[in-house]
Design a protein around this ligand. Structure first.
Ligand code: APR
Ligand code: PHB
Length: 389
């Protein structure tokens, strides 16, 4: 088998890359170890920042998002008994769209299949060879046949637990947080139109949603938490307590999903070795507090698609040579923002009184100073793709 770009992983990064390349006449094959049903059902975050929304619109992927996504013009920060709205529309003139990551994945798969794209699910034993000369991806197809895919370049879009990162020598930056998030998806109508981030003495809580019928909620829990130890009643009680505010109540309903997500910051530099390019979670992880994970994956592949178009169409190497450094600028901005939001909003188990006072001061400043609120808003709605960072 031969193609121009061999893509490992059918998450948002791999699928969008394949779509962007196809629009410019570049062939790719996407190899995914899980089934189509699995990747379409995997529940992840659900905030699309402004540049993500604009990109999806510009490349013909926004029809359902524009119909079903929920545009939001702000968020609330809740702490010390008070509720404070950060008005994105007023501060930066842009907003976000709440639309589940798995909905983006479904739209991408549908678009690739409609265009005759080669997506292979349930492949196994994936190997990467010839990375600095003639790349070859070895794999066993869903029918049990061993195959070799020869390509001009490989895109490692196989997420944090994939194989691509190990093939790129370099340096790793890692930080783990002393807590995790217990997330639920509930069949209960949202009672409030925007997201609420709450800092409470019992720990952080987040109020989010997926649709007019489905609420998405999170609780800070110890890192070794087993979701089964939390009964539905205990989860609802804790959410009601941590998110409490005047005139605010949460509708309860049957749980559609319950799971624990670890929190870490991670960057692997550089994002390229020879003809292998990393994109998305394969190269970096952010804690979910800033809602940046999928948005960063999308910014990476936009940059990578442009670089590969120049390289494969015109033998222009300037884009591929700049890819890693340019992406890492945006990656580190998102790493900082996500670390900052995480630090400001969570309870740290061994936090001393001094650190707690600093945290409260940061929260008060963020909601009372227009300059500070604008900085949060600008990062949350997403700095423009291509911004000098
Ligand atoms: N071979 C083929 N596919 C693989 C392999 C492998 N060896 N290892 C992992 N994969 C697949 C995974 O099953 C997954 O579907 O690669 C895909 C990677 O997709 P994501 O994890 O969704 O990563 P990415 O596309 O970079 O999107 C980043 O995902 O984790 C969230 O918060 C994160 O929203 C962000 C987004
Ligand atoms: C979500 O809706 O799943 C969500 C929203 C905001 C975040 C993280 C997750 O910061």
């Amino acid at each position: 088998m031969r193609t121009q770009v061999g893509i490992v992983g059918a998450g948002p990064a791999g699928l969008l890359l394949s779509h962007l390349l196809a629009r410019q006449g570049i062939e790719s094959v996407v190899l995914e170890s899980r089934s189509r049903a699995y990747v379409e059902k995997r529940v992840r975050a659900g905030v699309l920042e402004h540049p993500t929304v604009e990109l999806l619109r510009g490349v013909g992927l926004a029809e359902r998002m524009d119909r079903e996504g929920l545009p939001h013009g702000g968020i609330s920060l809740r702490f010390d008994g008070g509720d404070h709205r950060i008005d994105f529309a007023d501060l930066v003139g842009r907003g976000i769209v709440v639309y589940g990551q798995q909905e983006v994945v479904k739209d991408l798969i549908a678009a690739r299949l409609a265009a005759g794209g080669d997506l292979r699910f349930e492949v196994s034993e994936v190997t990467l060879d010839g990375i600095t000369s003639d790349p070859v991806i070895g794999f066993v197809d869903a029918d049990g046949q061993r195959r070799e895919l020869h390509c001009d370049v490989i895109a490692g879009c196989d997420g944090f637990h994939g194989i691509s990162r190990a093939a790129v020598p370099g340096e790793v930056f890692d930080r783990q947080y002393p807590f995790a998030w217990l997330g639920i998806l509930a069949e209960a109508a949202p009672t409030h139109e925007e997201l609420v981030y709450a800092n409470h003495p019992n720990g952080f809580a987040l109020y989010s949603m997926r649709s007019p019928e489905v609420t998405r909620l999170y609780l800070q829990v110890p890192p070794d938490t087993n979701a089964d130890d939390w009964s539905d009643a205990r989860i609802w009680d804790e959410l009601q307590l941590r998110l409490a505010a005047d005139g605010f109540s949460i509708n309860e309903g049957p749980l559609l999903e319950k799971g624990v997500t670890g929190m870490r910051s991670f960057v692997s530099e550089p994002m390229r070795h020879g003809k292998l390019f990393l994109a998305g979670d394969a190269a970096h992880i952010v804690p979910p507090t800033g809602a940046k994970g999928m948005n960063l994956a999308i910014a990476d592949v936009r940059m990578l698609a442009d670089a590969l178009i120049g390289y494969l169409h015109e033998k222009d190497e300037s884009g591929v040579d700049a890819y890693s450094d340019t992406c890492l600028r945006r990656v580190w901005r998102a790493e900082h923002f996500s670390w900052w939001m995480t630090s400001m909003l969570h309870n740290f188990p061994d936090e001393d009184a001094f650190t707690r006072r600093l945290q409260l001061s940061q929260l008060r400043y963020t909601v009372s100073s227009r300059a500070a609120a604008t900085s949060l808003a600008e990062n949350y709605v997403g700095l423009p793709h291509g911004a000098a960072l």
